[in-house]
Design a protein around this ligand. Sequence first.
Ligand code: GLV
Ligand code: GLV
Length: 323
Amino acid sequence: MRRPYVFITRKLPDDIVAPLYDKYDVNMWPHEHLVVPRDVLLQEASRAEALITMLSDRIDEELLQQSVKLRVIANVAVGYDNIDIEAATKRGVIVCNTPDVLTETTADLTFALLLATARRLVEAAEFIKEGKWKSWSPLLLAGTDVHHKTIGIVGMGKIGQAVAHRAKGFHMRVLYYNRSRNIEAERALDATYCSFDELLEQADFVVCLAPLTNETYQLFNREAFMKMKRSAIFINAGRGAVVDEKALYDALIDQQIAAAGLDVFAEEPIREDHPLLQLPNVVALPHIGSATKETRYAMMQLCCRNVIAVLEGKEPYTPVKSQ
Ligand code: GLV
Ligand code: GLV
């Protein structure tokens, strides 16, 4: 019998994909750091029963239309804004993501980015390596306190709640804004639900963890930054396009807000000469929220398990909920 064809859009570790090779005809794009070209992706998808995709792969109507054999797409990410869920659902293609396994790891990175931005860690690390350290000085690289401040979390999903949990350890007051209230989180984390505007007005740290949807596209625009405190620090570990980056740049230049820590960008990879990267009060990271070896392995493994489940006619472990 012909074995199902599985295409993996990036080189994944051999031990992770071994269970797939045992059962299926597998083809893997051989590069670890290069995005599969569109024409190769379309070609491969058109013969595949299953795809393992990265968040950098656009899975749209055009691709799905040509991929008549496709049964499952397993995206190595919790976010799935790169996939047209409606177009997939219409064709009975199951889409899976990787929730839960990355929650704590991504919350760690989000909090690390918050601390790094508040305490100017990147500037300080560059300062010492550039031989600029002449003496201990009262205000040398003085940042801003994190403990006992107010954090405003936009997007109170699992990662948002895990960030709130960390914030409690720093004796912070926790505000959140979400599509829907989460009474359980409010009780467990002593978090206060408020409107988007109230959060912007009150938070010392505005942390964006919202998924990218039609509703959240450029939610953080000029008006949003104008409402924040001048001392506010903006952290984004969700999706870049939730922010109008020109408005963010202007807010930083005009000292409308104090600093920003960004793990995600509207266009990734962001250009080296992008204006945001030229600012000393911007801490920028290359989308590494879930990037620990343990968690990335768990994410890749979960994708393989989802593919096997669907191809064996079983329920997938983590189908995208909105399907
Ligand atoms: C990363 O951004 C993810 O969605 O997992
Ligand atoms: C700082 O190191 C201090 O002793 O105040």
